[in-house]
Design a protein around this ligand. Structure first.
Ligand code: DP6
Length: 325
């Protein structure tokens, strides 16, 4: 039986956001979400069910030991794989991100998608894309979508079997320009922040309702190849997600002054005719949705307006990959 496997996955950025779980144990989200998987952002992970450090799983991420919290999250995830496969041994896990943390794309999405693929393969399981996506979901919600490349829809579903991602046909020439405004770690994890939002924000139910409509409009815009329509809904959905968490008690504010400055710069660029729309995740950095053919021009304009910030172009990338050898 195979006991060692290596797999890699890219990060993804949500165009229509996932924020909140209706079932934390099963990781069933409150809303469906839509994302773009980004090329050149792979995390590569090797899993060997070789006994680990003797008593426990041994984990190395980018050459260092993870925090106790991160280690526990990995072990809990591997316990799911062990329970399903019958493998009982602790594992050695080595993981490396191709994009530095400072690039603003550090994400549990690529990490848990790669871990799900490597661990299930090492345990002798042969999962198809949908099954892999369901497994990755248990590690981190956004990892559900990183199993696939390009544009990806995560159907919220209502239980383990119905909550999975799938690729969405897209003829559009899309790109994301990543604007790194701060390299500080985010002050509160998305897991905790979404829990607080659901339990205390009076705006949350309205956001869930709006999100369903946003998704339909976004999918229609993709089918029609209408970038302006897609961009407007993408920016509105992200701002709405932040509004709902700002309204939690106490409010969760991921934005820095530079985040707001970037949002204004993007609006000014739009008025000048550039196809640019902002989206923001659980941190201060801004990702700009644009047309692939104009991405370098957009990046140059952003560097001009936001002096001193790191700006990089990311184009759509592929899904999870088992690495041979
Ligand atoms: C703002 O997937 O990091 O990036 O499921 O608790 O691990 P957990 O949360 P995570 O949340 C991502 C939130 C987001 C929006 C998105 O990616 O859809």
């Amino acid at each position: 039986a195979i006991t060692t496997a290596t797999a890699s996955a890219n990060t993804n950025i949500a165009l229509i956001k996932y924020w909140g779980k209706v079932d934390e144990a099963q990781a069933i989200p409150a809303t469906s979400s839509l994302s773009l998987t980004l090329g050149g952002t792979r995390t590569t992970t090797t899993v060997s069910f070789d006994g680990g450090d003797g008593a426990a799983d041994s984990v190395t991420i980018n050459g260092a030991s993870p925090s106790a919290v991160e280690l526990e999250r990995v072990t809990r995830f591997l316990d799911l794989v062990r329970a399903r496969s019958g493998v009982t041994a602790p594992a050695t896990i080595t993981s490396r991100a191709s994009v530095p943390l400072a690039a603003g794309l550090a994400s549990s999405a690529a990490g848990f998608a790669a871990l799900a693929a490597a661990a299930s393969r090492a345990a002798g399981m042969d999962l198809d894309g949908r099954e892999l996506s369901r497994l990755a979901r248990r590690g981190s919600g956004s990892a559900t979508r990183s199993v696939f490349g390009g544009l990806v829809l995560w159907n919220a579903g209502h239980d383990d079997a119905s909550s999975y991602a799938e690729p969405v046909a897209c003829e559009m020439d899309l790109a994301m320009v990543v604007v790194v405004l701060s390299q500080r770690y985010k002050p509160i994890s998305s897991t905790l922040a979404m829990r607080a939002t659901m339990s205390s924000s009076p705006l949350f139910p309205a956001w869930v309702e709006a999100s369903g409509r946003d998704l339909q409009v976004a999918l229609e815009a993709v089918r029609a190849g209408d970038l302006a329509r897609l961009g407007e809904i993408v920016e509105g959905n992200a701002l709405g997600m932040h509004a709902t968490m700002i309204a939690a008690r106490p409010g969760i504010i991921y934005w820095l002054p530079q985040t707001v400055a970037a949002l204004h710069a993007i609006r000014a660029m739009r008025e000048e005719g550039l196809p640019v729309w902002a989206t923001i995740d659980a941190g201060p950095n801004v990702k700009v949705l644009t047309e692939g053919a104009r991405a370098e021009e957009v990046a140059a304009a952003l560097r001009d307006r936001l002096t001193g910030t790191a700006v990089s172009v990311r184009r759509p990338g592929g899904g999870v990959r088992i690495e041979e050898g």
